[in-house]
Design a protein. Structure first.
Length: 203
């Protein structure tokens, strides 16, 4: 079933690219498809998590879209401080390692945007779910597929996500940056900083 879903996503991306290359009569702004690098500051335990995701947006009005996205966070960044010779100010270095704490989250909701051709500001309100799990295996497509397949057996928490950002375009191809509050509910609400950036294509 997961392979069928992945094939459908690939078909949507191919159709979107085809629409971008079609004659001007067909290259209208119907929506967007994109990928992104994802960052979540998870609190508690106050750790920085990194991952990747994808999204599809469909216009329902010129300045309103319905958007669906999914992200898989599988790596953790950390800062280590050390001193040279035991004296003087500390020096920091940032590292990124695979972590056993993985979370898969999906969101859906409206996106409200300005009407600019090259620059667009936007805000969004989305609801969805997140599944946390411990997995010591490497982060591969196989472990991602098992995460999707195991959603029914895992503990799934509700999510509310208000966010906003900016899109910059050169023709149909652009880049999107976003920041928001990734709020999940488990024995109360937990607020978490979330940011992502990546390419986007209008079709």
């Amino acid at each position: 079933m997961v392979s069928k879903i992945m094939k459908k996503i690939a078909i949507i991306i191919v159709l979107a690219l085809g629409a971008c290359l079609a004659p001007a009569a067909f290259a209208q702004n119907h929506g967007e498809v994109g990928a992104f690098a994802d960052y979540v500051r998870l609190s508690p335990p106050d750790t920085n998590h990194l991952g990747a995701g994808g999204r599809v947006s469909i216009n329902v009005r010129p300045m309103v879209q319905l958007e669906a996205e999914m992200s898989y966070d599988f790596a953790q960044s950390f800062t280590e401080s050390f001193r040279i010779g035991g004296t003087g100010p500390g020096t920091g270095t940032v590292g990124v390692n695979r972590t056993d704490i993985r979370f898969l989250h999906g969101l859906f909701g409206p996106k409200f945007q300005t009407s600019g051709k090259w620059i667009r500001l936007f805000g969004t309100l989305k609801g969805g779910a997140v599944s946390f799990r411990l997995d010591s295996r490497p982060a591969t497509f196989g472990t991602f597929n098992s995460s999707v397949e195991g959603l029914r057996a895992d503990s799934v928490n509700g999510v509310f996500y208000p966010g906003g950002g900016v899109e910059l375009y050169l023709g149909p191809i652009g880049i999107r940056a976003e920041v928001g509050d990734f709020m999940y509910f488990s024995n109360g609400a937990h607020n978490n900083l979330r940011a992502n950036i990546g390419p986007t294509i209008r079709f």
